[in-house]
Write a protein that binds this ligand. Structure first.
Ligand SMILES: Cc1ncc(COP(=O)(O)O)c(C=O)c1O
Length: 448
């Protein structure tokens, strides 16, 4: 079927199920916890670059990249070609047999990760990568306790959801044992009531207080996202991670940087987010954007952490030739198309645009934060009361006007903008226009 786009272009889409029929079947056959972001969700059938198309052929600008995953754009020709070639050549052997793409990927990751990080374990998701990283840290140190941050998100398994400091994403009422939580580096809502002018890094110092009061004094590891993703692009102050790392070293604990969202160039200046703070972690986890949408995750560790861990381990699908060949093509594309630089330049432009919105709507935009194309705009009134309903309304209205943006944060009041790294300044202008219109309408009528 040929669909007709608002731009006048014709886009060929397959003849899919009608949207209403699909919605009904989804409600009938998928577990109810798998919720949709929209009250009236479109039925997406095609993606190309930074654009999505619904079953009528309508075009949407995708500023959320399938939750921060489609790093080089939907169905990038070079990446897709590499995937298809690999599917047609060799799809699966498992890690007990020797194939090239997994090793090629590991070699590349050793080159682009900081410091001596150089030994890789490939998984199928970020959750699995975090599980594996914590296991490595526990085995390497002979200790057990884990420190996580409030407002964090680290995945869906029992342990990964326990180290998630956000009740919205913790279905288990019996969490995994041995996890303690440090206060978050959340400058806009500083848990220590400081402001950027009188910040004394109390949040970083809280890690020592937590070690002393909530652990045996000998924790195995701390895990943190350099910029919290699901938490709403919460971006710690400049010296935060240096201070945290030195506290961890004092107590003999390791540090895992969860780069599932901040990895592969998204923050603009560096391949990985933690490098913005000048810190080298002992282990790093990644997933999402690494393979542009194919299932993948990885732990990259310092040899000093993992070289002694010789007991057999396996991952049937982790390291499969298709996902790892695709990831190699993604990393090549980021380099060839200078997408990190694009993330920085277009990201700065986006930040300026959002700060203008903040000036225009001072009683609606509490904070604008992030780095590169990992950006959040927290909606709150002058008293910092979260504007949760308003956020949902603006996100829904933007979709009705053809722009997909995300939302998150503990209170669901942060607009999350984390598009493919390929977007242009014109795309940013389009998004800002649509969001401004939705905000104007929301100011007029309130959240209803
Ligand atoms: C920072 C972070 N870590 C881990 C995960 C879990 O990754 P996955 O959904 O691939 O299991 C996510 C997913 O959103 C994430 O944002």
């Amino acid at each position: 079927m040929i669909a007709y786009l608002p731009s006048g272009k014709e886009e060929e889409v397959s003849s899919p199920m009608n949207r209403e029929e699909l919605k009904k079947k989804r409600e009938k056959y998928i577990v109810p916890g798998v919720k949709q972001m929209y009250a009236e969700p479109p039925h997406f059938v095609k993606g190309k670059g930074q654009y999505l198309y619904d079953e009528t052929g309508r075009e949407y600008l995708d500023m959320f990249a399938g939750i921060v995953t489609v790093s080089v754009g939907h169905c990038h020709p070079k990446v897709t070609q590499r995937t298809v070639e690999q599917v047609q050549t060799l799809q699966h052997t498992s890690t007990i047999f020797m194939t090239q793409p997994m090793v090629e990927l590991a070699e590349k990751l050793a080159e682009i990760t900081p410091g001596d990080l150089s030994k890789t374990f490939v998984t199928n998701s970020g959750t699995e990568a975090n599980e594996a990283a914590i296991r490595f840290a526990r085995l390497a140190t002979g200790r057990n306790e884990v420190i996580a941050l409030e407002h964090s998100y680290h995945g869906e398994s029992h342990l990964a959801s326990t180290i998630t400091g956000n009740h919205n994403w913790r279905p288990d009422t019996m969490p995994a044992a041995g996890v303690a939580y440090a206060a978050n580096a959340y400058c806009y809502r500083c848990p220590f009531k400081k402001t950027p002018d009188n910040c004394s890094l109390e949040c970083a110092k809280d890690v020592e207080r937590v070690i002393q009061t909530q652990t045996s004094g000998k924790p195995a590891v701390m895990i943190a996202e350099p910029i919290q993703g699901v938490g709403g692009a919460i971006t710690p102050p400049d010296d935060y991670f240096k201070e945290v790392k030195s506290i961890l070293e004092k107590y003999g604990a390791l540090f895992i940087a969860d780069e599932v969202q901040t990895g592969v160039g998204r923050t603009g200046k560096h391949w990985f987010g933690i490098s913005n703070w000048g810190v080298v972690p002992d282990l790093m986890t990644m997933a999402k954007g690494l393979a542009n949408g194919l299932p993948i995750g990885a732990v990259v560790a310092s040899p000093k952490v993992v070289d002694g861990l010789v007991k057999q381990q396996i991952n049937t699908f982790g390291g499969n030739p298709v996902s790892t060949a695709t990831a190699c093509a993604v990393l090549e594309t980021i380099e060839e198309e200078k997408l990190m630089e694009n993330a920085r330049v277009v990201g700065d432009y986006l930040m300026d645009g959002l700060r203008d919105l903040q000036k225009q709507f001072p009683d609606m935009v509490g904070d604008v934060r992030g780095k590169g194309l990992m950006v959040g705009m927290e909606l709150a009134d002058k008293n910092k009361t979260p504007l949760t309903q308003e956020t949902a309304r603006i996100v829904e209205m933007a979709k009705d006007d053809g722009v997909v943006i995300g939302k998150g944060g503990l209170y669901g009041n942060t607009i999350r903008i984390k598009p493919p790294l390929t977007i242009t300044k014109e795309n940013v202008d389009t998004m800002l226009k649509v969001v401004r219109k939705a905000m104007e309408a929301t100011v007029k009528v309130g959240a209803k």
